[in-house]
Ligand binder design. Structure first.
Ligand SMILES: Cc1cc2nc3c(=O)[nH]c(=O)nc-3n(C[C@H](O)[C@H](O)[C@H](O)COP(=O)(O)OP(=O)(O)OC[C@H]3O[C@@H](n4cnc5c(N)ncnc54)[C@H](O)[C@@H]3O)c2cc1C
Length: 575
């Protein structure tokens, strides 16, 4: 058994920022960070467009309150406004702190941090490092962790949260390189495990975004919040699904249909291409359904629309969004200086997650907290994004709440002793679980079951939803879950057994998908990213509340908790 004061699972922006805050405020604490990738390969590194903060460098009329209003309106009034207030008030300060750490933000001519327009934001407030913002921030954070002596376990897969009688005591982890198993005991456990884009067959997320932290939390008996709200980013490059950043539209690109028309004027005339993502993704899907989509060769009736940068000119494209140009060129052979890019919605972000308070402490019910357990970043739901997140608010959430949660953990562990754990029991249970997977006789291939599952979720819980389609999806999911127990693994060894890891990840994906479907079926209204064709209106009387879903193999129990409204009364959401 290994002992640490604090164990953080996840080396992306949220986990790294929290670890840094702990060692900054309490240097004597033994802090460890574990990640199944190398920390700098966390999905945060792929973030492109930027991080929002009302710095007023470009727009002197901006304010934290304007940022808060945009965020709450963007969330379709489901965000908790006390959490949004913290997010937007602390934003300028955390960005300046990053800059002091050495993050290379793009600059204005006078040397101050540049800020660009982003969807749903009423002012130019998104700070950026060209279109590689996540890369710039994460590298700086991880360098700082190494300098400050945080123990890093990279390429270790965490398989279980040890939770006994309402108290988190540690984790079980497995070294991918050689199959070594360790029980880690800690005074506080934090999950910063990111999103679950791989639940779907087309996503902007990386291969590691499999929702493990959510699944481990649910399997330990704790609830997950608002999981029905899955963000579809409007501009995934067709057919691969990788992201073409919203920064491209922020810098002036158009969305056009097969008639060559900027169709956003029919859906959000005041914001056009910079409407929030839920609205823009639905508009694109409607255009495609109405036969006004395009094929990549430009002919009508295809499965995508065009993102047109041509009027921006080569110099602007190459200086502001060079990586997006390169992606389209490398992956689909489109030179965006001269040709439009084929795009359509792609699964991008999880608004829901592990329910936490504004110190990152995890709820065990609508009112009670779990001892010793914290979460932040995309895996958590605090909830600053409600039913729909605005672009550039997620990196912000990771650093604002990463820092807050780090500080809260440093305080929390001061007077705590290491918990008692029966390590032998957890060791044996995990060894048996892995051995059973390796030995299981079966007729199915892992990749085939995963594909069937991802296709099922994509078809039955996409941009538009109905009760009948989702119920059918849930029934199919149950069948696919049966097949999971008949998967035959080829690799039975201990060294770099990535097939075993993929099998464990598929279990996570299936738990998460079932929670998404059950939560979505029960929310009989349309709000933000959750769009029900059978219930097209938002219904504040019955559904202005957060879903709490408790997983069990027998089924999912759904409860609700109220939304915190402190600043802005819900209004109709129009752009
Ligand atoms: C292509 C793309 C572009 C984006 N651009 C922007 C943008 O411009 N602005 C913005 O605000 N947001 C953007 N986002 C969203 C934002 O980047 C993410 O929401 C955010 O970075 C998530 O950070 P995180 O720290 O929560 O998790 P991640 O960065 O996803 O890190 C998760 C960590 O958990 C570890 N982990 C997971 N499971 C396990 C396990 N079982 N065992 C051990 N370790 C585990 C992983 O190895 C990883 O280190 C973008 C997202 C994508 C996909």
């Amino acid at each position: 058994m290994i002992d640490h004061d604090v164990i953080i699972v996840g080396g992306g922006l949220a986990g790294s920022r929290a670890a840094l805050e702990i060692v900054r405020t309490a240097p004597s604490l033994r802090v460890a960070l574990v990640a199944k990738t190398h920390p700098i390969r966390s999905h945060s590194v792929a973030a492109q467009g930027g991080i929002a903060a009302a710095l007023q460098n470009v727009d002197p009329n901006d304010s934290w309150k304007a940022h808060a209003f945009d965020t709450v309106k963007g969330s379709d009034y489901l965000a908790d406004q006390d959490a949004v207030e913290i997010l937007t008030k602390e934003a300028p300060n955390v960005v300046i702190d990053l800059e002091h750490m050495g993050v290379l933000f793009s600059r204005l001519a006078d040397g101050r941090i540049a800020q660009r327009a982003f969807g749903g934001h009423s002012h130019n407030r998104t700070c950026y490092a060209a279109d590689k913002t996540g890369h710039a921030i994460l590298h700086e954070l991880v360098c700082n962790l190494l300098a400050k002596g945080v123990t890093i376990y990279d390429e270790w897969y965490v398989n279980r949260l040890i939770l006994e009688e309402g108290e988190a005591k540690g984790v079980v982890m497995h070294r991918i390189r050689d199959g070594q198993l360790e029980i880690v005991r800690a005074k506080a456990v934090m999950f910063a495990t990111g999103g679950y884009g791989r639940v779907y067959n087309t996503t902007s997320n990386d291969y590691a975004s499999t929702g493990d932290g959510l699944s481990m939390t649910a399997l330990a008996g704790l609830p997950l919040e608002d999981m029905e709200f899955v963000q579809f980013h409007p501009t995934g490059l067709y057919p691969v699904g990788v992201l073409i950043s919203e920064a491209v539209r922020g810098e002036g690109a158009y969305l056009i249909n097969s008639e060559g028309r900027r169709f956003m004027e029919d859906y959000a005339p005041s914001r056009m291409e910079l409407a929030p993502r839920d609205i823009t993704s639905r508009a694109i899907t409607r255009e495609i359904r109405a036969g006004r989509g395009v094929h990549p060769d430009g002919s009508a009736g295809g499965p995508c629309v065009f993102l047109d940068l041509r009027h921006m000119g080569q110099e602007k494209i190459m200086s502001r969004v060079p990586f997006c140009w390169e992606e389209a060129h490398r992956l689909v052979g489109v030179d965006a200086v001269h040709q439009p890019m084929p795009v359509r919605p792609t699964v991008h972000y999880s608004m829901g997650g592990i329910p936490v308070n504004t110190d990152g402490r995890v709820y065990s019910s609508a009112t009670d907290l779990t001892e010793g357990f914290f979460a932040a970043g995309e895996a958590a739901c605090v909830s600053v994004h409600g039913a729909n997140r605005l672009g550039s608010n997620s990196l912000l959430e990771c650093v604002v709440y990463g820092r807050r949660v780090g500080a809260a953990i440093a305080r929390y562990v001061q007077n705590r002793k290491l918990p008692e754990i029966n390590a032998a029991r957890y060791f044996k249970e995990t060894t048996d679980q892995f051995q059973a997977l390796l030995d299981q006789p079966g007729e199915y291939r892992l990749a085939e079951v995963r594909q069937a599952y991802q296709d099922c979720m994509t078809e039955h819980c996409g941009v538009f939803r109905t009760e009948a389609v989702m119920q059918e999806g849930l029934a199919k999911l149950k069948q696919i879950q049966q097949q999971y127990h008949q998967i035959r693994l080829d690799d039975r060894g201990k060294v770099w057994n990535t097939e075993l890891i993929e099998a464990l990840e598929l279990r996570s994906l299936m738990v998460v998908g079932e929670v998404i479907l059950a939560s979505a079926i029960n929310r009989q209204e349309s709000r933000g990213a959750h769009s029900r064709e059978d219930f097209p209106q938002r219904d504040d009387a019955n559904f202005l509340k957060h879903t709490l879903a408790y997983y069990s193999p027998a089924g999912i129990d759904l409860q609700y908790k109220p939304v915190t409204i402190t600043l802005f009364e819900p209004q109709e959401r129009k752009y």
